[in-house]
Design a protein around this ligand. Structure first.
Ligand code: FES
Length: 188
């Protein structure tokens, strides 16, 4: 997945700060990867490349560690993190159909993030509310007894919220501009 504007600089800053506190010895590789993921939310390829250079390790070794452990995330988290439960109860109640519905609607596969980084999609094991199966967790909010139609409803709600937020931001920016013009008018 490509980087977004300004991300390259963020990556270099994060890697530099983590290397400074953890050191560049080989034994620090996992803490460094954890630290960088903690700061960026995931492990971008560029970060692993930079870490390999700084620690004087073969890139393949750093990539190998990054991809081996489940705790490391190689794709950026979306602003909305959709987790579809595929534990036994949810699977029996059609959890895989729900996952497919999200995949179709978002045009991504599980484990991926939409190019605009709005949504990431994952499958998870039992989240502890089997009586509500099939369950989807979006940003820590549990959606119960989800159907393919409900998938459309969930995504539509987010689209509406996003449009409202954008409109609000535009209104605020317009007000700030107006105030600035008034200030300038008073000073002139
Ligand atoms: S299997 Fe999905 S909540 Fe338990």
């Amino acid at each position: 997945m490509g980087l977004i504007e300004g991300e390259e600089e963020l990556i270099y800053t994060a890697v530099g700060a983590v290397l400074q506190s953890c050191g560049t010895g080989r034994e620090s590789l996992i803490p460094v990867l954890q630290g960088v993921q903690g700061r960026l939310g995931y492990l971008p390829r560029l970060a692993m490349k930079r870490i390999a250079e700084a620690m004087q390790l073969p890139e393949v070794e750093v990539f190998g560690v990054g991809t081996f452990y489940n705790g490391f995330r190689l794709t950026p988290p979306g602003r909305r993190q959709v987790k579809v439960c595929l534990g036994t109860a949810c699977h029996m109640m059609g959890g895989h159909i729900i996952l497919e519905s999200f995949e179709r609607r978002l045009s991504i596969h599980e484990g991926e993030t939409t190019p605009d980084r709005e949504y990431s999609l994952e499958r998870v094991a039992c989240v502890g509310c089997c009586a509500l199966a099939p369950v989807v967790v979006v940003d820590d909010k549990v959606e119960a007894r989800v159907s393919p139609i409900r998938v459309d409803g969930i995504l539509l709600t987010f689209e509406i919220e996003k449009k409202e937020q954008e409109a609000e931001q535009q209104r605020e920016a317009g007000q700030q501009q107006e105030e600035q013009h008034r200030e300038e008018g008073r000073e002139a």
